[in-house]
Design a protein around this ligand. Structure first.
Ligand code: PEP
Length: 251
């Protein structure tokens, strides 16, 4: 498995076809920035066009339905995403857990649906500010992993994104020590669930990553990449984040 950091842009509910120029610019520049594995998760409506515009970067989705198909108005199945050109799917983002009441069980079912059709998954977990203040951050996050992570699948296709809810879109980040401690704890849980394969599952950090802090965050032990929201919306900002990937990843 590649040891390069996996840097994934989550465009959330941003982007019309006018934004394809940003995807194109990110894709072109990725050829030079070989220190990272780069991907974008645009809205559903842009997946196919982004795949057509970009030949180097990964293209994925921000969510899928757990069912193969059926009477689910407005939803999108994992097979449809694959057909549109996606190679991975984010599941369990805190905005979906909050806005759509997604439980760990739902997130796990979505992850299974995506894995079954051959998509990679990025499973998001993260504590609220109140949970951190109460000293429960680690228990919450490890509980989410236990509840959301499917077992019995190829671990190479699974990544975790640790995203403290209070750090998303706020400009605030945990200390590097806190990031290191949580990623270490997550690694322990992954090994307990997936045995040796759990040692290779990439653990991304997400929450207010930008060009100014990417290098120090990506250098933290057990940080295998970043899930990036706001700073992925323009090529200029996202390439600044990607430039933070350590050179030794190429060794
Ligand atoms: C996210 O929503 O996944 C995220 C990390 O957002 P931001 O980078 O804007 O904090």
């Amino acid at each position: 498995m590649s040891q390069r950091p996996y840097i994934v842009g989550n465009w959330k509910m941003h982007g019309t076809r006018a934004m394809l120029a940003e995807a194109r610019a990110i894709d072109r520049a990725s050829e030079r920035l070989m220190t990272a594995e780069v991907a974008l998760a645009p809205p559903f409506t842009l997946i196919h066009a982004t795949r057509n515009e970009a030949s180097l970067i990964g293209v994925g989705a921000q969510d899928c339905h757990a069912a193969d198909g059926g009477a689910h108005t407005g939803d999108i199945s994992a097979a449809m995403l694959k057909d549109a050109g996606a190679s991975f799917c984010i599941v369990g983002h805190s905005e979906r857990r909050a806005d759509h009441g997604e439980t760990d069980a739902i997130v796990r079912a979505k992850a299974e649906a995506a894995l079954k059709v051959g998509l990679g998954v990025i499973i998001c977990v993260g504590e609220s500010e109140a949970q951190r203040d109460a000293g429960n951050a680690e228990d919450v996050v490890l509980g989410q992993i236990e509840g959301s992570l499917p077992t019995g699948y190829n671990a190479d296709h699974i990544s975790i994104a640790y995203e403290p809810v209070w750090a998303i879109g706020t400009g605030r980040t945990p200390t590097l020590e806190d990031i290191a401690a949580m990623h270490q704890a997550i690694r322990g849980k992954l090994v307990s669930l997936y045995a040796e394969a759990g040692a290779n599952i990439r653990i991304l950090y997400g929450g207010s990553v930008n060009a100014a802090n990417a290098a120090e965050i990506l250098a933290v032990k057990e940080v295998g990449g970043a899930l990036v929201g706001g700073a992925s919306l323009t090529a200029e900002k996202f390439l600044g984040v990607i430039a933070g990937a350590p050179d030794e990843a190429l060794d």
